[in-house]
Design a protein around this ligand. Structure first.
Ligand SMILES: [Zn+2]
Ligand SMILES: [Zn+2]
Length: 417
């Protein structure tokens, strides 16, 4: 049966305004301003009507030279990787002591949970997560062979056997009673918990915690201080995304980001406006929403279920059914998100057409997110503890993020902040 989202019809004019690409001059100004704000950037973005956007430079670069350090717009850590790596939920650097990183991995390993054991936990057979945008962990030219083997490999024949450690030692590692020799040489920032109380998000600093809260997390936090409409519905949304396709979490970040930008610019606008708020907002509501949506508007996008490549294991004769299945999956996720963070003034953002285009944008532009583990560096001094983890002692932080236009640069010079 055809999926019908009532908001698609009800908000059709606003949706088409949001999906219409901005005029070329406006896009050019946007990228010029963005690049001017980046540290020593000698690159330019130009566009032509036929081939889209391109990255240009009129200077020579040496091999290995840093070309651009850009701010990530949206990023998330793959849910299973959270078991192995404790990283900042905003900038994704490793946080906490080496003992904590090793201790919590041993703890989860004892519980039978580990992303490195995809085959044991069923991750390898998760059909939805194998299809489409969340499958960005195929970054073959970015991830080195070791991290691929460690995090996804199901052939364990050549792996070292694990030497288990007693539970008390694992606990002592986690609570800081055991200090590994020289571990202070590999120190990461201390763990800052989410002020919203969710016990899901952790940060490297208060600055990252505040930036995440103001950009996305105040609406996507499941803690007691969450500004979500329903934290319970939010948990259902997260669970559905974790079980099907974690690209939905990235899409939720894009929607939360736009809503929060809209609310902020509306508040600024109303404080500088002397007229009656309701009357003024009638006229300025849509321009403010379009301005909040601007960073997403410049990204190339198509509907997810239309642009997703047909997986090899799907017979071409089943293509229509496959695309319908993807559309239904997106609609189910959208309904859960709508129950959690709906905002009447931003209603067009909750249409299936917009949701499909946001996910399609990720499908077409996503990059892997890989941050090397400090445990790799420290392996010589921590050998007995690493033996307990077997070959998977140094799993990298893995996730996905979206830059829109920096793919070329990043394929050559991978950056981790
Ligand atoms: Zn951080
Ligand atoms: Zn939180």
């Amino acid at each position: 049966m055809e999926v019908v989202c009532p908001i698609d019809e009800k908000r059709a004019p606003e949706i088409s305004a949001l999906l219409r690409p901005p005029p070329p001059r406006e896009i050019q100004d946007y990228f010029d301003r963005l690049l001017a704000s980046r540290e020593c950037c000698r690159l330019k973005v130009k566009q032509d009507g036929e081939h889209g956007k391109g990255v240009y430079a009129d200077v020579e670069f040496k091999e290995g030279e840093l070309l651009l350090r850009d701010q990530m717009l949206f990023g998330c850590q793959h849910p299973l990787n959270k078991i192995d790596c404790l990283v900042c939920s905003f900038c994704f650097r490793f946080i906490g002591t080496l003992e904590l990183q090793i201790g919590r991995r041993l703890f989860f390993q004892d519980l039978g949970l580990s992303s490195s054991h995809g085959c044991d936990t069923g991750a390898c057979s998760d059909v939805s997560n194998d299809h489409g945008a969340s499958d960005s962990s195929d970054g073959d030219d970015i991830m080195d062979e070791r991290s691929c083997d460690d995090s996804r490999g199901c052939a364990s024949g050549s792996k070292r056997a694990k030497v288990p450690l007693p539970k008390e030692i694992v606990e002592s590692l986690m609570n800081g009673e055991i200090v590994l020799p020289y571990s202070d040489k590999f120190s990461a920032p201390p763990v800052v918990p989410c002020a919203g109380g969710c016990q899901e998000a952790y940060y490297c600093s208060k600055a990252c915690a505040d930036a995440d809260w103001n950009s996305f997390h105040s609406l996507l936090c499941t803690g007691e201080k969450s500004e979500a409409f329903s934290a319970k519905a939010l948990l259902q949304f997260m669970q559905h995304a974790n079980e099907t396709n974690d690209i939905f979490i990235l899409a939720a970040k894009a929607i939360a980001y736009t809503i929060l930008r809209y609310r902020k610019s509306k508040a600024n606008f109303l404080t500088s406006c002397k007229e009656d708020a309701a009357r003024v907002m009638d006229k300025f509501h849509m321009p403010l929403l379009l301005e909040a949506w601007k960073p997403i508007s410049v990204g190339h996008k198509r509907r997810w279920w239309e642009c997703i490549a047909l997986p090899e294991d799907v017979d071409p004769s089943d293509e229509a059914g496959f695309r319908m299945e993807i559309k239904e999956l997106a609609f189910k996720s959208l309904q859960l998100l709508k129950a959690a963070i709906f905002d009447k003034e931003c209603e067009p953002l909750f249409s299936l057409d917009i949701y499909g285009h946001i996910i399609g944008m990720f499908e077409l532009n996503n990059l892997d997110l890989v941050v090397a583990s400090p445990q790799e560096e420290a392996k010589k001094v921590s050998q007995p503890y690493l033996d307990a983890l077997g070959d998977e002692y140094a799993v990298s932080c893995e996730g996905m993020h979206n830059f829109y236009w920096t793919d070329l640069i990043y394929q050559q010079t991978w950056l981790c902040f």
